[in-house]
Design a protein around this ligand. Sequence first.
Ligand code: SF4
Length: 149
Amino acid sequence: MILVSACLLGEKVRYDGSGYNNEILNKYKHLAKFQVVCPEVLAGLSIPRNPAEITANKVLTNKGEDVTNYFINGAYLTMKLAKKQGIKTAILKANSPSCGNKLVYDGTFQNKKVKGQGLTAQVLTLAGVAVYSEEELTEELLVRLIQED
Ligand code: SF4
């Protein structure tokens, strides 16, 4: 089973109530066993919600609310789910403060990115899950991951 960010498969779970339709994931979803999850919604955040970014070891919304605990809980619950399902691979949404794998927004809400992982991506990586973002995903890679699963 492969863990996938829910918003990549069109679930309207993003902060603004939207989702994405990732063509490669949608094309292969009938062949794959995907465990679809949104860590932020799993932790109890609402849809819609204020956008949040990581800044100085906290996660703050654009209104200054400290939502760090939600993000930690979302990461922990997602890791628990991954362990329960024996998941070794995750395909997560790039740049998110939960799911981002290589880059995250820098905390200024100015659309600037810095190197780093979102909290869920960090916890999954530490637990030994191989994390990819949709930006790294090719059909060849997904077919290989499905075959290896
Ligand atoms: Fe998508 Fe992850 Fe953000 Fe949920 S937490 S909306 S799955 S990027």
